[in-house]
Write a protein that binds this ligand. Structure first.
Ligand SMILES: Nc1ncnc2c1ncn2[C@@H]1O[C@H](COP(=O)(O)OP(=O)(O)OP(=O)(O)O)[C@@H](O)[C@H]1O
Ligand SMILES: [Mg+2]
Length: 121
């Protein structure tokens, strides 16, 4: 199992979410984040004061998925997150040790399976 963490532009989220859903990856988490990439501070001038903004808002998407789904998920994010301009974001991939569904006590990749037989809540 792996975990993808992707920092993206907020306005790209819906296209990414829809594509992940379409390829069988409906389960994910999003987190509002503040961060910096390589040197892109914005200098603002307001009423004579100068402020340098080092931290920019991004949306962080977290998806835990089977190894075999990683490349498709990366492709989906690359396709929909990219504008070709500075600040498009980044993707990180981590190893995941364990996954458990609390309701049933199941453990392992079956916990990650998509919910195709269940109606959406
Ligand atoms: N090495 C890192 N560690 C942790 N978070 C990071 C790292 N690099 C980037 N991030 C996160 O990703 C967000 C997006 O980064 P950003 O797209 O600006 O990367 P970049 O390398 O500067 O690329 P670009 O040249 O397109 O701006 C950052 O705001 C930060 O939250
Ligand atoms: Mg940057």
């Amino acid at each position: 199992m792996k975990k993808i963490e992707a920092y993206i532009r907020h306005e790209r989220f819906e296209a990414i979410r829809a594509e992940l859903f379409a390829i069988g990856l409906p389960s994910l988490t999003i987190i509002e984040s503040l961060g910096s990439g390589r040197g892109e501070a914005i200098v603002e001038h307001y009423r004579g004061a100068t402020e340098t903004l080092h931290m920019r808002p991004k949306l962080k998407i977290e998806v835990v998925l089977a190894d075999e789904d990683v490349e498709a998920a990366i492709e989906a994010i690359l396709t929909h997150a990219g504008t070709g301009t500075i600040g498009d974001g980044k993707i990180f991939v981590y190893h995941v040790e364990r996954a458990l569904r609390i309701r049933t006590g199941e453990e392992g990749e079956e916990v990650l399976e998509s919910h195709e037989t269940e109606a959406p809540a």
